[in-house]
Design a protein around this ligand. Structure first.
Ligand SMILES: Cc1cc2nc3c(=O)[nH]c(=O)nc-3n(C[C@H](O)[C@H](O)[C@H](O)COP(=O)(O)O)c2cc1C
Length: 201
């Protein structure tokens, strides 16, 4: 890994969640590799995912000045070489707080709506933790639809060509006997590292 600056976005309400553990593990790994990391824990920072009139796009003015909060988030995105979003899969999608961050911050004139996209050249990895198995996600094309929505519908639409979606399966530990959990967690963290290495190394 090179010395890159990563914006690590976390979208889970519990600090002791497996999702938070995966984010912390990857944070440490990125730093060990000599990179710098800006952790954006959306819940901890109290991000409000609800759209406001101030942050709604004005289709006739792509230079619109949005709220100061949104512009601060835009600066954090611009500063990043890589964007890593770690989230639990809820209803085969990222949680509302992550969706609201995209809705409000990845705005017209900033993330899209220019002939030269400002986010072009960045890399992006959506890393989701899912209770279901890979086979569950093959049914009805649910995994493919997540890939299409997040990689093509958001990242690629915003000019980020090298984006990827990776899912860690079987991450709900409540049904796993206590003595087997540490090994399961180790396996999940190793899969998370592999996804990071494959897409943001
Ligand atoms: C509201 C909600 C919706 C969920 N939807 C899905 C889903 O669509 N597919 C899936 O595989 N797991 C789903 N799950 C399970 C989570 O992905 C699972 O709990 C997660 O792996 C656990 O990680 P955590 O300990 O960090 O919360 C859902 C969980 C919640 C709370």
């Amino acid at each position: 890994m090179t010395t890159r600056h990563t914006l690590l976005v976390l979208g889970h309400p519990r600090t002791d969640s497996l999702t938070a553990q995966v984010a912390a593990h990857l944070h440490a790994r990125l730093k060990d590799a000599g990179g710098t990391v800006d952790v954006l824990d959306l819940y901890a920072e109290g991000f409000d995912p609800r759209m406001t009139p101030a942050d709604e796009p004005d289709w006739e003015d792509r230079e619109k000045r949005y709220s100061p909060e949104v512009h601060a988030h835009m600066e954090r995105i611009l500063a990043a070489d890589d964007i890593l979003i770690v989230f639990p899969v809820w209803w085969f999608a990222p949680p509302a707080i992550v969706k609201g961050w995209i809705d409000r911050v990845w705005n017209y004139g900033f993330a899209y709506g220019r002939s030269t996209p400002r986010l072009a050249g960045k890399r992006m990895l959506w890393l989701g933790l899912a209770a279901g198995s890979a086979a569950d996600f093959e049914k009805d094309g649910l995994g493919a639809s997540m890939d299409t929505q997040l990689r093509a519908g958001i990242a690629q639409y915003c000019g980020i060509a090298g984006a990827a979606v990776a899912l860690l399966h079987g991450t709900e530990l409540s049904g796993v006997p206590e003595e087997l959990r540490p090994e399961r967690v180790r396996t999940i963290l190793a899969s998370a590292e592999a996804a990071l290495d494959a897409h943001l190394d």
